[in-house]
Unconditional design. Structure first.
Length: 550
């Protein structure tokens, strides 16, 4: 194995042989899984390209460090959307991990799979092999759940899943408030039934974040058939006619090329996998030619069907509850104590993921499955944590699980270094807003229950003024944004606007697959990191099978 992150004046690749069996573009969750699983065969040579750096920052490994990374933008592409009509012309924020482990190195570490119906829907759209019963074995194979194995959970997989090591007292209060509001308690959102309120399990181990890089990549770095190249930003896929044969990328100051004998695997996420396809001439012909990109293969669905979990946060001041996270003399003193405890014992307040509890609820009784998700945060969360709010308080996210609104990812120019044009087209379908308004009222009612009243929380003025449906709708337009789950921009399916087939092979191009959240025909009802790891586990098996049969 060779892990290189060159200095600015030395970008040479190690060794003379730049031919690999597989090239993986993107060292995030899916890329780490693919690299680990494919190199289990010592005769298979794999290169993994990651535009970011090695995951050495303490802010990655300390769970509460996610708050610092949110403030500073460390290890993050820090994309923005184009102005969103549904958000009153505001630009939304689109953070994505730019480091080994990708977003699993910077996210809130919540382990959620989605609902059984999500995967059955994928299969029903013409994607055999993707029903819930067919993907469950891959979830179980990936997982080491510290609660032990069951019909729904694995105990021998690479990815450690556990209950929070040092949970705060507030999660239990939230759950009790949820039950008082009429929602059932639920100890396992990934079990037989998703509905209800409960504590989230997290991808931690021994008080540290356990990213996909830690789970899959780091234990296998010594393999001689794996080369990991960091600081390597892909510019285009190299094509020989309609076959992918390599990747061109910038590492340091040098433009380099490496070749793939078998396949190129794109795992750059829902915002960058379609971008790389289009830079390579694969995508909507008119769009590419308008930007001066030669069209190699007209595939109109590339970059279409983008959708995301739209989310709005209710924030409450609770100045007397100084054991909530907050900026104050007491808060700073507790944080300093927490640093020493975490460094010495890997316990205490800094093992939090902040969104310790939550739930899956229905916006109205007639819903077949939960259409909303709650994340209860033990601090005041404003502007993705990028805006400092003094004092103490708590927050609750309301997330729409299956939005009908669809948008796009397009090229801003043919410059590979330019950020893509990201248009989730939030709230363009009226049904999305109707569900959000109903959900907001349910969330407000939950937070007003007796179990939380001892905190004496008071809504921030901007939120408290929203009482009527029209005022709530305006509040949502003024403050809603992503909860970081873009998907669907290289949709799996058999229709004219689909990009990959059920084997994740790009339609019309040989030797090229997409393996990440962009292939989702429809977003799952929950956080997307566990599903992406499952997708990559399944893809690795499909790739191995294809190799054996040819």
């Amino acid at each position: 194995m060779d892990l290189t992150e060159p200095a600015q004046d030395d970008a040479s690749l190690k060794g003379e042989n730049n031919m690999y069996d597989y090239i993986i573009v993107g060292g995030g969750s899916a890329g780490c899984v693919l690299a680990a699983r494919l190199t289990e065969d010592p005769d298979i040579r794999v290169a993994l390209l990651e535009a970011g750096s090695v995951d050495t920052s303490a802010m990655i490994h300390c769970p509460a460090g996610l708050a610092v990374m949110a403030q500073t933008g460390q290890n993050n592409w820090k994309f923005d959307t184009i102005p969103q009509a549904g958000l009153g012309g505001r630009r939304g924020y689109q953070p994505c991990g730019k480091v080994l482990g990708g977003s699993s190195s910077v996210n809130a570490m919540i382990y959620i799979r989605g609902h059984r119906a999500d995967y059955d829907h994928w299969a029903a759209q013409g994607n055999p092999g993707w029903s819930y019963d067919e993907v469950l074995p891959y979830f179980r194979r990936a997982e080491h759940n510290e609660r032990g194995a069951s019909a729904f959970h694995g105990s021998n997989g690479p990815l450690n899943v556990m209950d929070l090591r040092s949970p705060s007292r507030f999660g239990a209060m939230f759950i009790k408030a949820g039950e008082q509001a009429g929602f059932p308690g639920n100890r396992d959102f990934n079990g037989a039934d998703q509905e209800g309120v409960g504590m989230y399990q997290v991808t931690h181990r021994a008080g540290e974040r356990f990213s996909a890089a830690k789970a899959y990549l780091k234990p296998n770095l010594a393999r001689p058939n794996l080369e990991v190249l960091t600081g390597a930003q892909a510019h285009r896929i190299l094509l020989d006619g309609k076959r992918a044969v390599g990747v061109e990328f910038m590492q340091g100051r040098q433009l380099r090329q490496i070749k793939a004998q078998r396949e190129v695997l794109l795992s750059s996420g829902a915002l960058q996998s379609p971008k790389l396809l289009m830079l390579s001439g694969i995508g909507p012909q008119l769009h590419l030619e308008a930007l001066g990109v030669a069209s190699v293969h007209h595939l109109p669905g590339v970059g279409r069907n983008l959708h995301d979990h739209i989310d709005v946060v209710q924030v409450l001041d609770a100045p007397r509850a100084t054991d909530l996270f907050g900026v104050s003399m007491t808060g700073v003193s507790r944080a300093i104590q927490g640093i020493f405890e975490w460094r010495n014992k890997r316990t205490g307040m800094l093992t939090t993921n902040f969104a310790e509890a939550g739930g899956f609820i229905k916006s109205q009784p007639g819903e077949h499955i939960p259409d909303l998700q709650l994340h209860f945060v033990i601090g005041k969360l404003i502007n993705h944590g990028r805006t400092t709010s003094f004092g103490h308080g708590f927050s609750c996210h309301l997330c729409l699980l299956r939005p009908r609104s669809r948008g796009s990812v397009e090229l801003a120019s043919k410059d590979p270094m330019a950020a893509p044009l990201i248009d989730p087209n939030y709230l363009s379908d009226p049904d999305d807003m109707e569900r959000m308004v109903r959900g907001f009222k349910l969330m407000r009612n939950l937070l007003a229950q007796p179990a939380l009243s001892s905190l004496d929380g008071k809504e921030l003025a901007t939120c408290a003024a929203a009482r009527s449906d029209a005022q709530i709708e305006q509040f949502i337009r003024d403050y809603a944004d992503t909860i970081y789950h873009p998907a669907g921009s290289c949709r799996m399916g058999v229709g004219p606007m689909d990009v990959v087939d059920a084997q994740l092979r790009v339609h019309g191009i040989q030797g090229l697959r997409v393996v990440d959240a962009s292939i989702m025909p429809r977003l799952v009802g929950g956080n997307t990191n566990a599903p992406v790891i499952m997708i990559a586990e399944k893809a690795a098996d499909m790739i191995k099978w294809a190799q054996r049969t040819h």
